[in-house]
Design a protein around this ligand. Structure first.
Ligand code: SF4
Length: 57
């Protein structure tokens, strides 16, 4: 699922992944949508945001 980078935070998401291209200061995410995997997780630690993309260096 392709996400669009917005110019403001997605108010429904708190994220600490500061090296993601969608990350915004204050632990916000600027993606208009995110996709989380895997389908059969047992704990929250087994889940990952697959919308993550490395920030430009
Ligand atoms: S796309 Fe995922 S990893 Fe990146 S800032 Fe948003 S929630 Fe965090």
């Amino acid at each position: 699922m392709k996400a669009n980078k917005m110019d403001h935070p997605n108010q429904g998401i708190s994220c600490e992944v500061s090296n993601c291209r969608y990350y915004m200061t204050g632990n916000f995410c600027s993606a208009d949508r995110i996709h989380v995997t895997p389908r059969h997780a047992s704990t929250s630690q087994e889940t990952d945001c697959s919308t993550f993309a490395p920030a430009a260096q």
